[in-house]
Ligand binder design. Structure first.
Ligand SMILES: [Cu+2]
Length: 271
């Protein structure tokens, strides 16, 4: 009886020790994309921090400029500090009715991870429109990519709940493409060493704040962010249960082994 109790205490302690490990299970946060610059864009973003430091990004959006590439990024920094999407009212400092990146960056932070379709994902890759997703003929864009741990910058997963996702590219003069006539050249792109990019291509089209951004504490699960109930909410407990089972299996096996070796001993005839 006391052996059983000791065993249970040991198993429970072992399960508790396993908890910090299981807390590193998948963490999912969501963001709702809202229009910038009157683009009419809307959508959803799901960021999932997977095991081994990987990051899965899923975006579904509509209302973008059809057939055009849309640069998209996770904005923010390892230090946090930018917790709201910009608004024309607050951030259109030159009052021209168009929110540029320069005006918006103070609000949503700099590029943290460039959401390219392949290859590098650093801020330097942020304007490589050849590797940015293209909206279909209806202006829809569906994006999914899992970034390797190497591609995910330090501090991003730790700040998963204080990030923004921004999609760029608007059609200010409604002619179905990015052109210089509307807003001229992108001084933002120029400042990054990329000349001859229309400002239309770089101005923000949508912005989404990770739900609960700016609040202290851990990223929230799917239920609190208004999505479908996320399995990962219960992951630590499930993992604890699993490790308990595992412990039981290990102990069960050793108990059987002990019994077997005992009976073997008992079965031996004294020499
Ligand atoms: Cu951006």
């Amino acid at each position: 009886m006391s052996r059983l109790r000791n065993w249970l205490i040991f198993a429970a302690a072992a399960a508790l020790l396993c908890l910090p490990m299981s807390a590193a299970a998948d963490t999912t946060v969501k963001a709702k994309l809202v229009e910038q610059n009157g683009s009419g864009v809307s959508g959803t973003v799901t960021l999932t921090a997977l095991g081994n430091g990987r990051l899965k990004v899923v975006i579904h959006s509509q209302g973008l400029v059809p057939g055009q590439p849309h640069a998209q990024h996770i904005h923010g920094s390892a230090h946090g500090g930018h917790f709201g999407c910009p608004t024309l009212k607050k951030n259109d400092t030159d009052g021209d009715g168009v929110l540029t990146n320069e005006e918006a960056t103070g609000e949503y932070g700099t590029v943290f991870l460039a959401l390219t379709t392949e290859g590098g994902a650093t801020p330097q890759d942020g304007l490589d429109v050849k590797r940015m997703p293209v909206a279909d003929s209806q202006g829809r864009l569906d994006y999914e990519r899992t970034f390797s741990a190497k591609a995910v910058p330090d501090g991003l997963v730790e700040h998963l709940s204080s990030l923004h996702v921004v999609q760029h590219g608007i059609d200010a003069n409604n002619n179905g493409k990015y052109d210089m006539e509307a807003l001229g050249v992108s001084t933002f792109a120029e400042s990054l060493g990329v000349p001859n990019i229309p400002e239309e291509a770089t101005d923000p089209a949508s912005c989404g704040v990770v739900q609960g951004a700016g609040m202290s504490g851990k990223p929230r699960g799917g239920v609190e962010t208004g999505g479908t109930p996320a399995a990962d909410v219960n992951a630590p407990l499930a993992a604890a249960g699993a490790s308990l089972l595992l412990m039981a299996a290990v102990f069960g096996v050793s108990a059987v082994a002990r019994r077997l070796s005992h009976s073997a001993d008992e079965g031996q005839t004294p020499a």
